[in-house]
Unconditional design. Structure first.
Length: 466
């Protein structure tokens, strides 16, 4: 017997092919057969679409769940403590904070998410060597291969982000979780899910079908719809938030341009004047969520409090890249309407001069965000330059036009490098420039071409303009 495949192009002689249901399922099964598949599985609902091709196909109720179960059987080991984070914004920062706290507590920990797979001491693990794709949440076989590898490296603690796509596609339905967290909810990925209700439904699968009923669920106290939904299937809920009424709560918050000072309550135990060396009060909510996960997995409140002053931010998230002659240039990854607005408001709060914003919107993604982000950009920053993000296969000029239709003050500069150069050239003392949308990314996707582009690199290249 060969390998187990979910992509027909990769099938070789004697492989097992699991045909995930889609409009092209017949083509995929034909290709798998011609490539020499030994066994082929398909969903029962695909049978009417296959005709004569159905000969020799084994039909099951759910091929996605089958793939998840076989992946677990093939790669059975995993770290002793695995926690997952879902939600619209903040997942990467929360996972990074959790990893840092575990590391400071002397735990052998790993972190998987948007920025890649990171192990002990924060070194990046090469996904290509593990023969897995470099995705936020990879497919079932890749995910379980990673878990099995981490266990072989004596890594006992693992935190990972999980996207709504991954949950809907049942990529982690066989992972044994010690706890799970929901960061927050706002509209995103509507190009895939259709409605906010379906998007939330996909997110809730983490708690309804994967996390065991008695294992801790970390949930924001402010999002009552999410909280009430999770309460239907879970008894062990740890809430987090700002102010009173949550198990993990930040209080008496004082925000400065380079730090946040606050009081912290953990199950009624109060710690005063804690310093978090990060910018933006929304980072406090990310921290509360991370604390909830670490606390739920056994860390003591005293140990957690002692670690907080040593926590650092994540690359490309509200990151100050350059400060010179009273001018500051930052980058941020915000690419949803809610995150975009939150970040701009945080920058505006401590901007002494003008706030200048450079941003664009991605192609082949939810188009409703373009007008929303255009409206936000028209209201908060003083100067707006609309440029290209990752247009992918869409016409970039049409994407910019949709943004500018809601952003009267927007200046259109298509080339992202030129836009950054122009923005830096127009800065005066006290001004803050924030380049939004790509954060840590080092490539730009135009049609089917991947080009090198790094916002940080461009900023430093033109540092002389300050």
């Amino acid at each position: 017997m060969g390998n187990i495949r979910t992509h027909s192009k990769l099938v070789e002689k004697h492989d097992i092919f699991i045909g995930i249901f889609c409009e092209k399922i017949k083509e995929h099964i034909v290709e798998a057969k011609s490539n020499g598949a030994l066994l082929i599985f398909a969903d029962r609902k695909a049978a009417p679409m296959l005709g004569d091709v159905s000969h020799g196909v084994i039909f099951v109720d759910d091929t996605r769940l089958l793939a998840s179960r076989i992946a677990k059987f093939t790669y059975p080991a995993q770290p002793e403590c695995c926690v997952a984070i879902t939600g619209t914004n903040g997942k990467s920062s929360i996972a990074h904070f959790v990893w840092q706290m575990w590391h400071s507590l002397g735990k052998k920990a790993a972190n998987l998410g948007t920025l890649g797979l990171f192990g002990i001491d924060g070194e990046r693990i090469d996904c290509e060597q593990l023969k897995v794709p470099d995705l936020t949440t990879p497919d079932s076989f890749s995910l379980h291969r990673i878990l099995d590898f981490l266990k072989s490296q004596d890594i006992a603690y693992f935190v990972f982000e999980t996207s709504s796509h991954a949950l809907h596609q049942k990529r982690l339905h066989s992972v044994e979780l010690s706890a799970a967290a929901f960061s927050n909810l706002s509209a995103d990925h509507l190009d895939y899910h259709g409605t906010v209700e379906e998007y939330l439904k996909a997110k809730l699968l983490l708690f309804e079908e994967i996390l065991k009923t008695d294992n801790p669920s970390i949930v924001p106290s402010s999002q009552t719809d999410v909280l009430q939904s999770i309460q239907k299937s879970h008894r062990n809920i740890v809430t987090f938030g700002i102010g009173y009424g949550a198990n993990i709560a930040g209080k008496n918050i004082r925000c400065y341009h380079d730090r946040i000072v606050f009081d912290l309550s953990i199950d009624g135990q109060l710690y005063r004047d804690i310093e978090l060396k990060l910018f933006g009060d929304f980072q406090l909510m990310n921290l509360m969520c991370a604390i909830g996960l670490v606390y739920a997995c056994g860390a003591s409140p005293d140990d957690i409090v002692n670690i907080i002053p040593r926590i650092t931010g994540l690359r490309g998230r509200m990151e100050l890249v350059l400060e010179k002659n009273g001018k500051g240039v930052c980058i941020d990854y915000a690419h949803t309407s809610s995150a975009f607005e939150t970040s701009l408001l945080a920058f505006k709060q401590f901007c002494h001069g003008r706030l200048i914003c450079v941003f664009g919107c991605g192609g082949d993604r939810d188009k409703s965000k373009r007008r929303e982000m255009g409206q936000i950009a028209n209201e908060i920053p003083d100067v707006v330059i609309v440029t290209d993000d990752n247009p992918r296969t869409e016409n970039p000029a049409e994407i910019r036009a949709e943004i500018l239709d809601a952003c009267e003050k927007g200046i259109e500069i298509a080339d992202r490098k030129e836009a950054i150069h122009h923005a830096m050239n127009m800065m005066c003392q006290g001004d803050t420039l924030v380049v939004m949308g790509k954060g840590h990314e080092t490539t730009q996707l135009i049609m089917h071409e991947t080009r090198h582009h790094d916002d940080r690199e461009e900023i430093l290249k033109h540092a002389k303009l300050l």
